[in-house]
Design a protein around this ligand. Structure first.
Ligand code: 13P
Ligand code: SF4
Length: 323
């Protein structure tokens, strides 16, 4: 369960100003706040953010910001990581229900039992997990540094990798290390249809397929480039290709299109004819909720200090090992 203060009631929606962009910018100045946003946020949130990034970039910003308030337009584990790194700041999350299926797939009590089966193992946890899981880990990683981190660990120690089995499998391939995988996955990235991606590639043979390592191996197998959201964005910019099939949450396409207006980006379709390739947690945040969070200075991330201190150590180790 998240430790937090209740959000403002929905009657507060009557208080919305006509020009939300100006009102948010004004509150940002008054609060001395910084708005950090993930690429999976709605385009209007991305447009008002001070920094948009992948999980590593966002945690680096959260660790070093001089702002007094961090408004985190992302999901709970991201805002929680910001609080762990910078406990004296007020950290606001526009919608407290913005969780993450991966984080939820790794309950602390079950993970503790799993870990106890491998007493010699080092624990590498993907940042998409709760503070309790981080506290049980030796080092945290993100999709952009997982390979680099695992490559730096002693060769004679077994390694538990949690919670994403797809990223874990990808890291195994890239490092040649045999990881003990927790069997978690992301409901968004496991939904992409290999069949529909192959069909799109037949229709656009000149297209490159870009994929996030949280995708299933059957999708990664077709990818021309695999990387974190920031890495995918940078690659789309540098590549001489003009068409891309994007196998990650389609929110990233806003930035891809902005920086490459003449290129074409096709979101990889889900297996069913649904919008399940959109992260239902990320999309809970809206510009309206962002405004209300800043106006009422809640919902705020509040943490148990002993868990925060225990979770800080492996995050700091990650930041050191990523340099
Ligand atoms: P990135 O760190 O690549 O942005 O990934 C975050 C995430 O939640 C992917 O689903
Ligand atoms: Fe979690 Fe998946 Fe959403 Fe990323 S896309 S926040 S891993 S549920």
């Amino acid at each position: 369960m998240f430790t937090t203060i209740k959000p403002p009631s929905t009657s507060a929606l009557n208080l919305l100003p006509n020009d939300l962009f100006s009102a948010i910018n004004e509150l940002k100045r008054d609060l001395k706040a910084i708005i950090l946003a993930h690429y999976y946020q709605d385009p209007d949130i991305q447009d008002i953010a001070d920094f948009i990034g992948d999980s590593l970039g966002l945690s680096q910003q959260a660790a070093t910001t001089q702002a007094e308030v961090i408004v985190f337009a992302g999901v709970h584990f991201m805002a929680e990581t910001a609080k762990i790194l910078n406990p004296d700041k007020l950290v606001l999350l526009p919608d407290l229900d913005a969780g993450c299926s991966l984080a939820e797939s790794c309950p602390p009590a079950e993970f503790a039992k799993f870990k106890a089966q491998y007493p010699d193992a080092l624990v590498v946890s993907y940042i998409n997990c709760t503070a309790e899981i981080k506290a049980m880990s030796d080092v945290i990683c993100t999709s952009s540094n997982a390979v680099k981190i695992v490559n730096q660990l002693p060769k004679d120690r077994p390694i538990i990798f949690a919670p994403d089995r797809n990223l874990g499998r990808y890291v195994m391939e890239q490092t040649g290390r045999d990881l003990i995988l927790w069997q978690g996955s992301c409901i968004v990235h496991e939904t992409f249809s290999e069949k529909k991606i192959v069909q799109l590639k037949i229709e656009h043979p000149e297209a490159e397929i870009l994929a996030h390592p949280e995708c299933e191996p059957s999708v990664l197998h077709h990818a021309d480039y695999i990387g974190s959201t920031t890495a995918l964005l940078n690659y789309s910019h540098q590549s001489s290709h003009q068409i891309f099939i994007v196998a990650t949450e389609p929110g990233i396409i806003h930035q891809m299109q902005k920086y490459n207006p003449n290129k074409m980006f096709i979101p990889a379709p889900a297996m069913n004819n649904c919008a399940c390739n959109e992260c239902p947690y990320m999309r809970l945040n809206t510009l309206e909720k962002l405004y209300l969070a800043m106006k009422f200075k809640q919902p705020e991330i509040i943490m148990d200090e002993s868990i925060r201190v225990a979770a800080l150590r492996p995050i700091q180790r990650m930041l050191e090992m990523s340099k």
